[in-house]
Design a binder for this molecule. Structure first.
Ligand code: PHE
Length: 333
């Protein structure tokens, strides 16, 4: 559904993709879009990816996403930001619990607290406000588990694209583990972190020679054009929707570059938040389950190798199997 926020006048788009496995979940993205319909396209794709993410992670949840499509050049001061978030909260509340949101690109725990003024169906409010807090650390833990599942990280060279909240955690841990780092960010002030970690800043991360490329910024970075120029052996990172279209997975396969599906790698945030907030797990238990992403990725890559398909196809197959089993169980009941 898409509606103009009553307070803010800004388009709020909610896409609930699937509820077969349980309550639909997916973060709230706050970003400028040339046209609100571009936000709609993004919401549809991102919500479908959330369905696959939850199914592959073995969570009893379906996928959804909220996109607040800001008109380009919007000056999102504190008052308008608050109005937008309250509008989001009302929209989610109107769905009666069918969907619960969380943080995403452009939002964080404090924003979740504001949404929480209008609806209980929100994850990752600050710990002091009754939530499980920032999801970027558990997401990074999941990425690190996935990277370690590929090969021991010490001495390997990683090209990290994006030093935002998740990318920075990943970079710190990899540096501490003895990896060699190439990094970049659209925000030049992140050069300071790069220097701190002894990482090499490069403006050409997509053509950098590396063992592993770690996309940790916005999606759509893997296209026919960028894949042709890649000089990495593997790609494994948390950015959502890294492929511009599904067929790009075939191009990567043909080039012999291993692509760890983003929706497998990036599930740490949802595994942790739903475990702690809905299922009574301690943070330690939830973190242990986040580390299970290593085993999930290994399973996906092994079945791709065995069947001669792409990791994308193998991961989708795993998601489909789980969703179909749930559908059959519902029909039998
Ligand atoms: N941005 C998160 C993701 O893409 C969404 C999320 C995090 C939803 C935590 C709920 C809880 O997975």
């Amino acid at each position: 559904m898409a509606r103009r926020g009553g307070r803010s006048g800004v388009p709020v788009i909610v896409s609930v993709h699937s509820g077969t496995l349980g309550q639909a979940i997916g973060g709230c993205r706050l970003a400028p879009y040339p046209d609100w319909r571009d936000g709609l396209t993004d919401a549809l794709r991102l919500s479908a990816a959330m369905t696959a993410k939850c199914a592959v992670a073995g969570l009893p949840h379906g996928g959804a996403k909220t996109v607040v499509a800001l008109p380009p050049g919007t000056d999102l001061g504190p008052a308008l930001r608050r109005a937008v978030l309250l509008d989001v909260g009302d929209t989610i509340e109107s769905l009666g619990g069918e969907y619960a949101t969380g943080p995403d690109v452009g939002t964080g725990p404090d924003d979740m607290a504001v949404i929480g003024e209008r609806t209980p169906h929100v994850f990752c409010r600050p710990v002091g406000a009754g939530g499980s807090g920032d999801s970027s650390r558990p997401t990074a833990e999941g990425v690190l588990a996935a990277l370690a599942a590929l090969a021991p990280v010490a001495g390997r060279r990683f090209a990290i694209m994006g030093l935002g909240r998740v990318g920075a955690h990943v970079a710190r841990e990899l540096a501490a583990a003895g990896a060699e780092l190439l990094v970049t960010d659209v925000d030049e002030s992140r050069r300071q972190l790069a220097a701190e970690l002894g990482a090499t800043w490069t403006d050409d991360i997509l053509t950098a020679e590396a063992d592993v490329l770690v996309p940790a910024a916005l999606g759509g970075v893997l296209t026919a054009a960028t894949v042709a120029g890649l000089r990495c052996a593997e790609i494994c990172g948390p950015a959502n929707n890294q492929l511009d279209r599904p067929e790009t997975a075939d191009l990567l396969h043909e080039r012999g570059i291993l692509w760890a599906p983003d929706f497998v790698v990036s599930a740490g945030g949802v595994i942790h938040a739903t475990g702690v907030e809905l299922r009574g797990e301690t943070p330690a238990q939830a973190t242990a389950r986040v580390r299970g992403i290593a085993g999930t990725l290994t399973t996906v890559l092994e079945s791709a190798r065995r069947d001669g398909t792409t990791p994308l196809a193998a991961a989708h197959e795993l998601a489909r199997t789980r969703i179909n089993a749930a559908r059959q169980a519902t029909m039998a009941a």
